[in-house]
Design a protein around this ligand. Structure first.
Ligand code: GCU
Length: 380
């Protein structure tokens, strides 16, 4: 058993935790004192990470260190607008982790390109219009096949789980680890500027993008799309028709995305020592912008707004007030070309300092109360 897992064995069970009135205060340290300095926040960030991994996602192994890149394809693509690379990344004990990855590098423009990292197998034909749009905007587009690391099922005999039996990571954590491997890979590709990467993913892949972006401080911009429960949506504040903690962790549904401890909070959400604004706050002082459909009730638009609002004091405290954003478009649960245009606007603004074409602070439910009374400590 790994060290963090051994420590998390001592995590109190839901009934041993206090019921918290309103949303938990991200600045309240485990020792009862409140964050006052940047160093305090660094320590608090570690506490929050430990809580989220211990109760919600499970622990991941460290980066495998070296990655062998097997080239499968390298060719002109998108009518000559890009060079497409398809590779297999081999790593971990005895090279047993094998993950397919793909990259489109624009042929126009010099030097290392900023990149969009999608939690998707970007080489698939149906994503070609997306690749063309992203490349045309001057970005490289990278992605990977997360199911090479873990099939989307409760089975733990495939992919990365049997390679690291001492880790208690559930599927979202395995897939998020894949994003981190992609960052290792992008760092090795000289046509890509790994300091200017925006990560995105839709729905369950949006949960993955947010988790990876929260944990991996190399990811400059984190843009989960319609991520809902286990992503940018709240467990405590759940709008009508939205997915609850109890629903997502049902044994016949998606319990295997999460550490088994999470299901213990079904109906006891007020005892969770965190809510998803803690995950969001881990991105600060980097950028997070969640993109949502107003009609996508299952993904909890109200609870997503409230997490955005509750993470804002952390961004304020770290001098990054304008790095927390949210955007709601009309419509339901899909990632359309219009959504990719929003993503490119987000990347243009937050990665490349271009003027934004949209307002990323507009609340869909401006009259709803904040749900917490704590405030940010005075600036460090
Ligand atoms: C289900 C699940 C959601 C998830 C979605 C998806 O609807 O309940 O939590 O986001 O699948 O990934 O499309």
């Amino acid at each position: 058993m790994s060290q963090p897992e051994r420590q998390s064995e001592q995590l109190p069970a839901p009934d041993a935790l206090p019921a918290i009135d309103g949303l938990p205060d991200p600045f309240m340290m485990a020792n009862g004192s409140r964050v006052a300095t940047a160093e305090d926040w660094a320590a608090r960030r570690r506490e929050i990470t430990a809580m989220l991994l211990g109760y919600e996602y499970g622990h991941m192994p460290p980066a495998p260190g070296s990655i062998a890149v097997e080239k499968v394809v390298s060719r002109a693509a998108l009518d000559g607008a890009a060079i497409e690379k398809q590779v297999v990344l081999c790593m971990g004990p005895e090279g047993r982790i094998r993950m397919r990855a793909g990259l489109f590098v624009p042929t126009k423009g010099d030097g290392a390109h900023p990149a969009i990292l999608a939690v998707e197998p970007v080489w698939l034909e149906h994503l070609e219009p997306v690749a063309a749009r992203v490349v045309d905007a001057g970005y490289a587009l990278a992605g990977f096949e997360r199911h090479d690391l873990d099939a989307d099922s409760a089975d733990r005999t495939d992919g990365a789980h049997p390679v690291y039996p001492e880790y208690d990571w559930a599927s979202l954590a395995v897939w998020a680890w894949g994003c981190m491997l992609m960052m290792d890979y992008l760092d090795m590709v000289e046509e890509v500027d790994a300091t200017r990467v925006a990560i995105t993913g839709h729905s369950r892949a949006g949960k993955v993008a947010l988790l990876a972006g929260a944990l991996d401080e190399r990811i400059a911009v984190v843009a989960p799309h319609a991520s809902g429960a286990g992503g940018a949506g709240s467990y405590r504040i759940v709008g009508n028709g939205s997915e609850t903690l109890a629903l997502i962790t049902e044994p016949e549904r998606f319990h295997y995305w999460f550490h088994p401890r999470l299901a213990g909070f079904a109906g006891k959400e007020e005892r969770l020592p965190f809510d998803q604004h803690f995950l969001r706050a881990l991105v600060a002082p980097r950028t997070v912008v969640s993109v949502e459909g107003l009609g996508d009730k299952w993904a909890n638009p109200l609870g997503t707004q409230q997490m955005y609002v509750a993470a804002q004091p952390v961004f304020d405290f770290l001098g990054a007030s304008d790095k927390n954003g949210i955007y709601f478009r009309p419509g339901g649960h899909d990632m359309t070309m219009e959504d990719w245009d929003v993503l490119l606007d987000v990347a243009g603004h937050f990665l490349l300092a271009e003027p934004a074409a949209r307002d990323y602070t507009q609340l869909p439910y401006p009259d709803v109360e904040r749900g917490f009374s704590w405030t940010a400590p005075a600036e460090p």
